[in-house]
Design a protein around this ligand. Structure first.
Ligand code: HEM
Ligand code: FE2
Length: 778
């Protein structure tokens, strides 16, 4: 610890400082969120929507899967419109039509461009003007606006019902018939959508910028990027270049260039210890990783198919039972579950190793209990979502047992609490083993960092409980991203770096000093960008310029460590050649190399593509986001969880040999499938959509008309099937390897039959008294 004291101090200051920023500006989210008026009234004082209507509408929206059906403020699914942008456009058109008739006696469409431009100016004045009265809490709307709002509401009422005249459109939007069956609930849903549109088109009091920083792009009312948006985007790019420059200078001047390479041990240190019962019990975790992974990719293919066939699967009408909103929800949730399971298994595998080669008391029981608890949460939450989206769930229970409607944290609140309890239980199982190692001599920095990252993963699920069903959506977004963003761009990265560093050190591949210094340095870089960078998700979620500024500035720094990961990949690559006994680690290591590659491309490059405020202003809600989401979430944490899974398998079945054909197919099909998905579908479609948003507005880029009349998009969407099939093949091969590996019989602890001669002897003579960690490099 002493040796790294200075680094710990810096890391501590970075973490505290970053959380102060995140918290301080979080207060701004609370203070400056768009008001929810007590009522929207017409000029005669007649009420259109009340605050209660809006809140009930938010609940109704959640009950149909919320962000799984289109988007609100750009967050959610990429099929169907962004309801905010769509509502604004329709309402403005309705308003323009009335003005055109009144002023020119003609339809708006028949006016000259000059006359249309005059009306656009008027529309801008009418819509952007804020008529919210702070005293009464009411917003007064002109008669023209009210007429237009009622027309849009009537149209939405039809769209979310089973009205035959909009059947084709529902198909194009992959919405099931009767998406929201009760007319009363649809009226509330309208209140909520209207409010989101009002906030996005109305100026903040005494300012010339809307509550959502002028997002979405809508030229008809002058919703254009703000000057601050452009300025902070430029600063963001420059910061990135500066950050990379600094790291290279520090690298060149301050790091020790002589490579301290430890003598590689003669035998695999991890096999010096007998497998413990808790480690052997991890087999079922691996099976669940493979099974959920398979289910997830199949659901992905199924969901993608809905983008071309709305309500059918190759002609079979399935949307009534398994609508797009449900398959997409399950697709995302199963990803989270199997990735988490892979991480949990990786962590639990290390516990006895850290604990000196033996299980803490009742560890196996704990491992088994956690497993079954996980199964209950997966099954329960999936069932709840099914019941909710079938329309069978009691409205009052939906938030607790059904579908919360918020992307990545959609499972019912009760399941969330259970999941949180499970993560804390995992943490306790981890800590019991780690505790003993703390008492052994030697520097503990790496272990502490690993422990802190594991603790943060468990504890940082808690912010998902910091909002309720009726929490203001800006506040909800703030906390939602505390979970999702801080996990993937903060603590998971630190966990990954320290866990892999820890494994390498335990294998005797790197010195403890080098592993510790590298992990601490990486943690600093990840957290300084990652923690305040959370704000890049809420530039336009009812927040103000400072949030955009902090988000743009710090999230640019997130990219710095990611573009330098080639070094880590190289270390992984060379490790497998260092000793004969490393050969069985070849495939897990290859997966770790993929992690570095996708961290650079998927997280770093594709993340930064959408990250500067000016990019996201136009790209929010387009296919460039799932392009990044897939490349980063699967590319980094998917491959990492699969790598952990393979590593655990390799040790709990020590005499097993990889089936080279299966592994080759698994690895390359997944990589190729992902590349095809990105480069032949998501990225080009995203770019074509970006063009449409920049020219016309967001409403157009996501409209059925634009998507369907564009032959390139149509072809690309079909073509996506090719990438999906290649990918699925990889998942199947991976699953086959896991099953084959788990079925492999060890023949006691001794090497199995002649054909499968182990590369590594698996039997430990005695379990060492001190931790292996200490025996290797001390
Ligand atoms: C391994 C690390 C990362 C993972 C796993 C990851 C994953 C994701 C996911 C799943 C989403 C949501 C996608 C959706 O709503 O469909 C997202 C959004 C986003 N990510 Fe990342 N990301 C990572 C790193 C980064 C980095 C380094 C940046 C840039 C500095 C970045 C910038 C963004 C932005 C700006 C959004 C918001 C897009 C939107 O709301 O439209 N991400 N990311
Ligand atoms: Fe993020």
């Amino acid at each position: 610890m002493k040796e790294f004291k200075r680094m710990w101090i810096v890391l501590g200051l970075i973490t505290i400082g970053s959380f102060i920023l995140l918290g301080y500006f979080g207060k701004e989210v609370y203070n400056e969120k768009p008001p929810i008026p007590t009522a929207f009234v017409d000029e005669d004082g007649k009420t259109l929507f009340t605050e209660d209507d809006i809140m009930a509408g938010q609940s109704a929206w959640q009950s149909i899967g919320g962000m799984s059906v289109g988007t609100v403020w750009g967050h959610g699914a990429y099929q169907a419109p962004d309801w905010t942008a769509d509502w604004i456009h329709r309402e403005v058109l309705g308003w323009l039509e009335q003005q055109a008739q009144r002023e020119f006696g003609k339809s708006y469409a028949d006016l000259s461009e000059r006359d249309q431009a005059t009306l656009h100016y008027d529309a801008q004045q009418a819509f952007r003007k804020n008529t919210y009265n702070k005293e009464t809490g009411k917003v007064t709307l002109s008669a023209d606006r009210v007429r237009s709002i009622e027309a849009v509401a009537a149209y939405y009422d039809k769209l979310f019902s089973d009205d035959p005249s909009l059947h084709k459109l529902r198909e194009a939007y992959a919405m099931k018939e009767n998406t929201l069956p009760k007319a009363e609930s649809r009226a509330k849903l309208n209140a909520f959508f209207f409010w989101s549109a009002w906030a996005a088109s109305t100026n903040r009091p005494d300012q010339n910028v809307t509550y959502t920083n002028n997002w979405p792009h809508e030229p008809l009312i002058g919703n254009q990027p703000t000057a601050e948006n452009v300025i902070w985007s430029i600063i963001s790019v420059v910061t990135l270049i500066f950050g990379i420059g600094c790291v290279i200078w520090i690298w060149a001047f301050f790091t020790h260039h002589e490579h301290e390479e430890p003598a590689v041990p003669a035998r695999d240190p991890l096999t010096l210890v007998k497998l413990t019962p808790s480690q052997k019990a991890l087999g079922k975790y691996l099976l669940i990783v493979a099974a959920l992974f398979f289910v997830q990719v199949m659901l992905g293919g199924f969901t993608a198919h809905y983008t071309v066939e709305g309500q059918d699967f190759y002609g079979i009408p399935v949307a009534d039972w398994l609508p797009y909103s449900l398959t997409r929800t399950w697709h995302i949730q199963s990803a989270i579950f199997w990735i988490a399971t892979g991480f949990l298994a990786g962590g639990l595998f290390l516990v006895p190793i850290i604990n000196g080669g033996k299980d803490p008391k009742f560890q196996k029981l704990g491992v088994d209990l956690l497993f079954w608890a996980l199964i209950i949460v997966v099954a329960g939450s999936f069932l709840g979502q099914f019941v909710a989206l079938k329309g069978w769930m009691n409205e009052k229970l939906n938030f607790w047992l059904g579908h919360q409607g918020y992307e990545f944290v959609e499972i019912g609140r009760l399941w969330q609490i259970a999941l949180f309890a499970g993560l804390v239980f995992w943490l306790i199982l981890m800590l019991r083993g780690i505790w003993a190692a703390f008492k052994a001599p030697g520097d503990k920095s790496l272990l502490i960092l690993f422990t802190l990252a594991a603790a943060a993963i468990g504890l940082f699920y808690a912010p998902a409980l910091f909002y309720g069903e009726h929490t203001h959506i800006s506040v909800m977004e703030y906390w939602r991203w505390w979970v999702v963003h801080l996990w993937v761009e903060g603590f998971f990265e630190v966990f990954a770096t320290s866990a892999v560093g820890f494994i390498f050190y335990n294998l005797g591949m790197v010195s403890k000093r080098a592993a510790t210094a590298a992990a601490l340095l990486a943690a600093m870089m990840f957290l300084i960008g990652g923690i305040p960078g959370t704000f890049h998700h809420i530039y336009f979620a009812g927040t103000t310029t400072p949030i955009m500024a902090v988000g743009a500035l710090f999230s640019a720094l997130e990219v710095v460590p990611l573009v330098l990961l080639g070094y880590e990949a190289f270390d992984n690559w060379t490790a497998q050649h260092k000793a004969d006994w490393m050969k069985p680690m070849r495939w897990p290591l290859t997966f770790f190399i993929a992690v570095s590659f996708w961290n650079m491309l998927g997280a770093g490059v594709f993340g930064f593509l959408i990250n500067p405020p000016i990019s996201l202003y136009y790209l929010q809600g387009l296919n460039t986001t799932p392009n990044h989401g897939h490349a980063a979430l699967f590319g980094v944490y998917g491959f990492l969880a699969l790598g952990f899974t393979l590593m655990v398998l390799r040790y709990i079945r020590p005499t097993m040999k990889w089936n080279e054909k299966l592994m080759f197919t698994a690895f390359w099909s997944m990589n190729l499938g992902l590349i095809l998905m990105l480069f032949t579908s998501l990225l080009p479609i995203g770019i074509i959509q970006a063009n449409a948003t920049i020219n016309e507005g967001l409403w157009w880029a996501r409209s059925a008309e634009f998507i369907e009349q564009n032959p390139i998009i149509h072809t690309l969407r079909w073509f996506r099937t090719v990438g999906d099939v290649v990918f699925i093949l990889g998942a199947v091969a991976f699953g086959a390897q896991i099953v084959k590996g788990l079925l492999h019989r060890e023949g006691g602890d001794a090497p199995a039959g002649k054909t499968e001669t182990p590369v590594v002897p698996a039997v430990a003579e005695t379990a060492p008294a001190v931790t292996i960690t200490e025996t290797i490099n001390s």
